[in-house]
Design a binder for this molecule. Structure first.
Ligand SMILES: Cc1ncc(COP(=O)(O)O)c(C=O)c1O
Length: 418
């Protein structure tokens, strides 16, 4: 068999909260002015109470509300696929499985958290959300989610992506969102996720009817994404892999899709966890582990994380979703404790892997996904070298149908790595 499907009635009904199972307790976020731990009141202008509670939750399982499950069922459970053609092309004894998150309305894993975030905000009477978007995937996902719960949405899109990816803007506008290029006050600047977060937070903080939604990094975002790994656990059983995977891999921008697939395996020490990131924005492999702001202007709480510095502006690589100076505190804590490994690749090597995947498995990966596919191919080749039957599981976090300008650059020799 190639595809392993969970029936719709076996969709997970609770998210897994890894916090009590981390090797070391998470350090608290600090207030940007006082540098004291932030309390719920500090976060209330930006987030609904339910999400603030999830941010600090100590219990392992948190029920998924029925109206959220009703929306997730439009595309979940997603298939687990055995990449047999890729295995054959590589001549590897490794068995490669991927969770295909590209079939969601937005084409990526991002709606898994956009939907509950829109739901909790609407349930608490909020009428409008603001957010940032890098590649455009998160803004697309939140725009879709806002249509489900009758919310207005304004998206601050990193200018480099706004210029490279006009069709992402068109989808967001089709779903009724307002989209502007960020930074809004400097039209010559390529932008960064950190700057776009500042724009979106400033907007939300200035209006009573508006909250802010973040597509990655925070604990509640990774919590919502664990539905990916929980489904994959049940599907690997269906595939006859009852010993589970040897290695679980994801690309890492802020850490949400990686967390989603990897966190359900944190307590199983026989499973290696691997983050793949861009060499041009090497947060986990070359950053410092310290408190830093989540945005560039220094308006967000200080988070304990690997960071390249909140004023770091990464080169305008095509994997816009991986251009973030920091990383999720949960992912950072796992790397810092030695529970998770990290590798970094220049973008040319990731497009080479993405094109090999497209020519074997048929699917055209988002440039972000090219990073994890590069890591998977390298793992599979290492298994071949050692003659080892490794089971590899990775998250195929999105398709690249709206990233064709990037493929055009790669295929025609215009993609140059610094
Ligand atoms: C398809 C895709 N994959 C990965 C990412 C990186 O984000 P994260 O590390 O939170 O999964 C993004 C971010 O926009 C994305 O759009």
């Amino acid at each position: 068999m190639t595809r392993f499907h969970l029936p719709e009635d076996q969709i997970p009904t609770a998210w897994y909260n890894v916090t009590p199972d981390l090797p070391e307790p998470l350090q608290p976020p600090l207030h940007p002015a006082t540098r004291e731990p932030v309390g719920p009141d500090d976060l209330a202008p930006l987030f609904p109470g339910a999400l603030i509670a999830q941010e600090v939750a100590a219990e392992r399982w948190i029920d998924i509300p029925g109206p959220v499950l009703d929306v997730l069922r439009l595309w979940r459970p997603t298939p687990l696929v055995r990449a047999r053609a890729l295995e054959e092309a590589l001549g590897t004894p490794a068995r490669i499985y991927y969770k295909d998150e590209s079939g969601s309305p937005a084409g990526s894993h991002k709606p898994n958290t956009a939907v509950p975030q829109a739901y909790y905000n609407a349930a608490e009477g909020v009428r409008r959300l603001t957010t940032e978007t890098g590649a455009g995937q998160w803004g697309t996902a939140l725009s879709f989610a806002c249509t489900r719960f009758g919310l207005d949405c304004k998206v601050y899109m990193v200018r480099a992506s706004y210029d490279q990816k006009p069709y992402r803007r068109v989808i967001m506008e089709t779903w009724g969102s307002e989209v502007v290029a960020s930074p809004i006050d400097d039209p010559g600047h390529p932008g960064s996720l950190g700057l776009a977060i500042s724009d979106a937070v400033r907007d939300a903080a200035g209006r009573d009817d508006t909250h802010y939604a973040l597509g990655s990094v925070l604990n509640h975002v990774l919590l919502h994404q664990t539905i990916i790994g929980l489904e994959a656990k049940a599907q690997l059983e269906l595939a006859g892999e009852s010993d589970g995977p040897d290695v679980v891999l994801g690309c890492c921008g802020g850490g949400s899709n990686l967390g989603g697939i990897a966190l359900p395996w944190v307590t199983d020490s026989s499973v290696r966890l691997v983050a793949a990131e861009p060499a041009s924005c090497p947060t986990l492999t070359a950053g410092r582990f310290e408190y830093d702001f989540g945005d560039t202007a220094g308006m967000t709480p200080l988070l304990p994380m690997y960071t390249l510095g909140h004023d770091f502006v990464p080169p305008a690589i095509h994997a816009g979703g991986l251009r973030y100076h920091g990383d999720a505190p949960i992912i950072s804590a796992l790397v810092h404790a030695g529970r998770m490994e990290a590798v970094a690749y220049p973008q040319g090597k990731t497009f080479e892997a993405a094109v090999q995947f497209a020519n074997t498995e048929g699917k055209l990966p988002a440039p972000e996904a090219g990073h994890v596919i590069r890591a998977v191919i390298d793992e599979a080749l290492a298994a071949k070298e050692l003659g080892e039957e490794r089971v590899l599981l990775f998250n195929f976090c999105g398709h690249g149908f709206l990233d064709l300008a990037a493929y055009d650059d790669y295929l025609h020799g215009r993609l140059v790595d610094a």
